[in-house]
Design a protein around this ligand. Structure first.
Ligand SMILES: [Zn+2]
Length: 636
């Protein structure tokens, strides 16, 4: 009851929906990778009667690394943690990156995560193009208007922009008759500016104040300012710390550290110290550069109408629109003699400034009176990622399953939190309206896997070699039934499956499949456990034992075939293959117990699948610790 959302509801006199109903609604929603028709259906309902301006939005996307960890999701009957591009198929490879798409209102403050995809290392440019287009297409179909796309300057993203011919001269791409601007995330750009400055000196056209022609912006100037400032008690730039100036690898990722270095207080401190003759005169160029960067990034970070420092207020945005041209000119004039080609950050800044300027001019034509440029950043995605990390107990790398659960949770909380306007009356009305629309949008029956099975693509013919190897499932066509170790496990799992079903269905006929003692070799494990634990473990009748031995032998083949099918339901698919297998005809024959035996086989398949995943994750861990110990050895 302590989170702000609950507090708001309570203060409005709401009775909160019971946890169980929330969970049911959420559970019914099939939040698989890729495009989920239900998400777009909900969005369509939410925005149906809204003004056109409410529908303007930005599409943002970014990748985050995830833990290589495969899990078997019993309710969707699928593996999680594999490379998965939604409708574009799955691969038998563990994923280590997740790509998330979100949309974010331009005129009103709302945001929704809309899709995610798992990949192994970064998504390729070709695939990214397909995914960005499919997301834009589906957003447009709901009636929302994508006006801008924003991403960081990763290799893949730059590749995509190149592919579409997006540049500062032409900062947009036409898609389905819509003009969509593309820019880069400004917090990423501020980090790039700082990182480049740490490595290279920047040369600016010499100003009249500096007689010296080779006036250079140097990181060293900032370091010497920090060294002097940091020794005094009353600091001029008290926020500056060792962490800002001597960066560790991880802190390079933090936007705040870059923003606080390139800030007005550092400019002011450096200027004061220069006037006191504590800093050399040539530090002026650096201080001036910092001032320019500070106000440039303020312009790209407008988040409030009037309650902030003047340069970060939206109030007179259009009066200051010429600022964009000023900074485009300023950034173009930065030269870095030690780099041959145009540095990324300059290209990125120029594209971003031009794209935002043109978008703002277009929007003014449509009646906008100001633009909150912070809404043209990836802010919302960064928050999403940190929420996912936080939910995983501050672990940096959540697993695929944690990503899915958080995606679902955050989608629902955004549906409930996002309000069209800040007005209380509307909030109440919206809330009920949204909930009822929401229920309407729900699939009638949570027939799990149905959506998935529609997406199934037939398995590639002959995709199985004689010795496929995936996660330690080795299928050898010539595997002999006599592999004793395998058979011992098969018999053990078989007996456990029968017992599992007998617990729920008291069936005397099925009970006869279990016998008290057996001296067959395959009963060794059961016998060993039986005596040590003094339990009521039973052995298998010999004909039943043969069934499980056979099923066990075929499992790898059928599992591999299943896993090659995009979005296949593992258990059900393997079960189907067993049912079609002539050798198992007797097991699946139609009589009063056939339902029981199907349930038993389902148990067995699930047990095998769980074991498979366990083994795989074990082997990832082993490989990691092995690499680690090798690294340790090398470092010694
Ligand atoms: Zn039965």
């Amino acid at each position: 009851m302590t989170n702000p959302f609950n507090r708001t509801l309570l203060s409005l006199g709401f009775k909160l929906p019971a946890f169980s109903s929330l969970r049911r609604w959420m559970g019914d929603f099939n939040f698989t990778t890729g495009i989920n028709p239900q998400i777009f259906e909900v969005l369509q309902n939410l925005f149906r009667d809204k003004d056109l301006k409410d529908k303007d939005c930005v599409l943002v996307w970014d990748e985050m690394s995830i833990k290589e960890f495969v899990e078997f999701n019993k309710s969707s009957d699928m593996f999680e943690g594999l490379v998965d591009s939604g409708d574009h198929g799955r691969k038998l490879e563990t994923a280590n990156e997740v790509l998330v798409f979100m949309i974010h209102g331009i005129n009103f403050k709302w945001k929704y995560p809309i899709s995610y995809y798992f990949s192994s290392h970064a998504t390729t440019t070709e695939m990214l193009e397909v995914l960005v287009k499919e997301n834009i297409h589906h957003v447009l179909k709901t009636g929302l208007l994508v006006r801008m796309g924003v991403c960081d300057m990763s290799f893949t993203n730059q590749g995509l922009y190149r592919l579409w011919g997006i540049s500062k001269e032409l900062p947009f791409y036409s898609f389905e008759d819509h003009k969509i601007y593309f820019a880069h995330d400004s917090p990423h750009l501020i980090k790039l500016v700082r990182n480049n400055l740490m490595k290279h000196d920047f040369v600016l056209p010499s100003s009249s104040n500096v007689a010296n022609n080779s006036a250079k912006v140097k990181w060293n100037h900032i370091v010497s300012f920090f060294r002097k400032d940091h020794r005094t008690l009353s600091r001029m730039a008290p926020k500056l710390s060792n962490a800002h100036v001597f960066l560790k690898d991880f802190s390079k990722m933090k936007v705040k550290l870059a923003a606080q270095v390139l800030s007005y207080s550092v400019f002011a401190g450096m200027t004061a110290m220069r006037k006191l003759k504590l800093l050399k005169h040539d530090t002026k160029v650096t201080a001036d550069f910092i001032r320019e960067m500070d106000s440039l990034f303020d312009l790209l970070n407008i988040s409030s109408y009037s309650r902030d420092k003047a340069s970060r207020c939206a109030k007179d945005f259009y009066a200051r629109i010429t600022k964009f041209d000023t900074y485009i000119k300023y950034v173009s004039s930065i030269a870095i003699p030690t780099i041959n080609r145009e540095p990324d950050f300059i290209r990125g800044l120029l594209l971003t400034l031009t794209a935002i300027k043109h978008l703002a001019l277009d929007l003014r034509e449509e009646g906008y009176v100001c633009i909150y440029t912070r809404r043209l950043q990836q802010d919302c995605l960064e928050n999403f990622f940190s929420a996912v990390r936080m939910k995983g107990g501050f672990c940096r790398n959540p697993s695929a399953r944690q990503v899915r659960l958080n995606f679902r949770y955050l989608f629902f909380s955004h549906v409930m939190i996002n309000t069209g306007s800040g007005n209380t009356e509307n909030l109440t009305a919206n809330f009920f309206q949204r909930f009822s629309e929401f229920e309407k949008a729900l699939p009638l029956n949570s027939a799990k896997g149905i959506l998935r099975s529609q997406k199934q693509t037939p398995p590639a013919k002959n995709s199985l070699n004689d010795s496929c190897n995936f996660y330690g499932i080795k299928y050898k066509r010539n595997l002999k039934l006599g592999d004793e170790q395998e058979e011992v496990v098969a018999e053990y799992l078989g007996a456990a499956s029968i017992k599992g079903v007998l617990k729920i269905k008291k069936c005397s006929r099925c009970r006869e499949m279990l016998i008290n003692a057996s001296d067959s070799v395959s009963a060794t494990l059961i016998n060993a456990k039986k005596y040590s634990l003094n339990s009521d473990l039973k052995c298998l009748r010999s004909d039943v034992s043969a069934v499980f031995k056979f099923s066990n032998k075929m499992y790898p083949k059928y599992a591999l075939e299943t896993l090659n099918v995009a979005g296949a339901c593992i258990t059900e698919d393997i079960l189907k293959r067993y049912q079609e297998d002539g050798e198992l005809r007797a097991w699946f024959q139609n009589d009063e117990c056939s339902e029981h035996r199907i349930a038993i086989m389902r148990y067995f398949i699930r047990a095998k699948t769980f074991k498979l995943v366990q083994d795989k994750n074990g082997s990832i861990k082993q490989a990691k610790s092995w690499n680690q110990s090798r690294r340790d050895l090398r470092n010694q």
